[in-house]
Design a protein around this ligand. Structure first.
Ligand code: FMN
Length: 335
């Protein structure tokens, strides 16, 4: 069953099973991006606008997770999600996330030897909808068998850590692999056309990262938002360089990263970067502190080429929903 099958007519074309499961008006989801890319304020803005805000909790201590969840609750009464990267999450961090009982427990990037079933069972016992992100159909099946309630199919077009298959071929494959479980499409989606296409591919919503980075509410520096606005979408590479610098080995992911001075300096010299990792990490920390956009890793997706300005979240979400609705009702062009 697809999002389209589920929908009726009129404004309801956007009402998918995911909306009911997550308790949201629109099937528009803020991807759980690790700090400092998201904040309780951005998450609450997305949820208050009728989407689902998800806070990236990777790298936060258990106390920070609790504190930020409380802050989200002080800003919105609407459902929200908390996200952890499973390969690096401590048991204490998972426990803190579940104690907060978010509507959605969002996970991604598990190690191949990690047993997902007990983690998902604990999340379900805490009353959460378990949403697991994958970049291939086999991982989707593994998550479905472990009891996930919904799957995010994230294509290589997306920002941050991604796999190798594009969103268009990946989403239908994942939909078929886990049917009847609902699927969200992610990677390269930044507007109503992308949301409408995601539903046509059989997804029940769209999860976006890059588009929400270029919003007024996003906690990243203005200079980074302007890099995304200025990007034509051709200026990113898939690379391990940011992960070599951070010393974190991701299970099977490459980082889609802006091709700036930092990336050009190390491209093709990864072996050398491994030798002087501490110095390179110190230089990156300095560049971040100075917001030197040419010398720091900046991760975003190919859909940056679709983003023309920094906008307030409520305006963005209403436009995406209105454009997708018009297209799904048979209109040829948004707006
Ligand atoms: C800067 C950045 C950080 C991210 N961090 C995480 C993370 O911690 N956990 C996660 O599940 N996904 C993370 N993602 C991936 C997003 O959740 C989402 O799948 C991706 O941004 C979708 O592609 P798009 O950027 O083209 O919308 C991150 C993405 C970006 C751009």
């Amino acid at each position: 069953m697809t999002g389209i099958d589920n929908a009726s007519t009129g404004a309801d074309v956007l009402t998918t099973r995911f909306c009911a499961l997550a308790g949201v008006r629109y099937p528009i989801v803020l991807g759980g991006m690790g700090p400092p890319s998201t904040s309780p304020e951005l998450v609450a803005a997305v949820s208050n606008a009728g989407g689902l805000g998800i806070l990236g909790c990777s790298g936060l201590s258990p106390d920070q997770i609790r504190e930020r969840a409380k802050r989200i609750r002080s800003l919105t009464g609407r459902p929200f999600g908390l996200n952890l990267l499973l390969f690096s999450a401590s048991d204490d961090a998972i426990a803190a996330l579940l104690e907060e009982r978010p509507r959605v427990a969002s996970f991604a990037w598990a190690r191949s030897d990690q047993d997902l079933a007990p983690i998902f069972a604990r999340a379900k016992a805490a009353g959460c909808l378990v949403v697991h992100m994958v970049s291939d159909a086999a991982e989707a099946r593994r998550a479905a068998d472990a009891g996930a309630g919904a799957i995010v199919a994230q294509g290589t077009d997306g920002g941050g850590h991604v796999g190798t298959m594009g969103t268009f071929p990946l989403v239908p494959r994942v939909v078929d692999a886990v049917a009847p479980l609902p699927v969200l499409a992610a990677g390269g989606i930044a507007d109503g056309r992308g949301l409408a296409a995601a539903l046509m591919l059989g997804a029940e919503g769209a999860l976006m990262g890059t588009r929400f980075l270029a919003t007024v509410e996003a906690p990243i520096p203005d200079a980074v938002k302007q890099v995304i606005v200025a990007s034509d979408g051709y200026d990113t590479d898939l690379t391990e360089i940011p992960d070599i610098v951070s010393g974190r080995v991701w299970p099977g992911a490459l980082a889609r990263t802006w091709r700036n001075g930092f990336l050009r300096e190390w491209a093709g010299r990864e072996w050398e970067l491994r030798k002087c990792r501490p110095e390179a990490a110190a230089a990156v920390a300095e560049a971040r502190a100075a917001v030197d956009v040419d010398r720091m890793p900046i991760l975003f997706g190919q859909d940056a080429g679709l983003i023309a300005s920094v906008e307030p979240v409520p305006v963005l979400i209403e436009r995406i929903a209105a454009d997708a609705t018009r297209l799904l009702q048979g209109g040829r062009t948004p707006g």
